[in-house]
Design a protein around this ligand. Sequence first.
Ligand code: ADP
Ligand code: MG
Length: 320
Amino acid sequence: MPGEFDLIRRYFGRRATGVVLGAGDDCALLDVPHGHHLAVSTDMLLEGRHFLPDVNPQSLGHKALAVNLSDLAAMGARPSGCLLALGLPAVDDAWLSPFSQGFHELADEAGCPLVGGDTVRSPQGVVITVSVLGSVPVGQALRRDAAQVGDDIWLTGSLGAPGIALRLLDGRLPADDRRLTATRDALEWPGPPLAFAAELPGRARAAIDVSDGLLQDLSHVLTASGCSAVLSFDALPVHPAIQDLPADVLKPVVLTGGDVYQLCFTAAAAHRHQLQALARQHATPLSRIGTITGGDAGTIHDEHGHPLSLDAPGFDHFMD
Ligand code: ADP
Ligand code: MG
């Protein structure tokens, strides 16, 4: 597209540190530490589908990278670099400047330099594809199929705030400026627990990031691992800004609300104290929310034996 090279130089051409060769050649070159696998993942964000045209471009730049870093965290991988493929309807400096700022600020903080990408004209709207590269010790990646019966189930951060913010913005909940102010950052500025996650290999077994909702994402781990789970609703960490909401609003959002970008992982009970110490060290909120059990693969029950699923009849007792 016209001005492509100028655009890349201006907004995405910063010299990457910590890599053999950054953007500007046909490929970037990165080291993979000895005894590690290369972990790779990619996610697309489409205007109108994953974000609204009027979203704050700085938070969009942050979120486009954050959702990818969250996938590395869920594998226990340490970030080593990222790629950014952008489709843009036009070269709009007022948009590109804050977008690239939000992106680079998180890349710097995470130690995940931008090492390349692609830039094309996209008349239908903005398309953002980010790919991340990371490394994880061989044999210690936090795979979804690795949970074992008897494991503790842990969750970082808190639940519910992004879901409430989204419902306030799209009108599913009546307008409430005070509540929106208190929850909006959780939706627009997700902060996956990267440093904590990179210390989980060798300590945790299976992990997933909560992007589609706790029940759905945990059920992926359970299905892959051939086991089931018992969760205690009262043990779930509810974001402080929404704890006063009525149960019929709060509980579905806590259990099924997406865009959380925190980690749900399993670990042997023997690691309990070590994990809690690690979480304190990284200032990562950590809650023990349940146990892996040997029932029907993929099912989730509460501690009273009721199925914990939005479409199961047993869910109703959470609506009271
Ligand atoms: P090629 O013709 O090899 O695909 P391009 O002209 O697309 O190269 O890009 C030139 C250089 O700029 C490459 O190193 C590429 O990785 C980098 N680049 C292009 N777009 C972006 C972007 N949005 N962010 C970061 N680097 C980019
Ligand atoms: Mg290209």
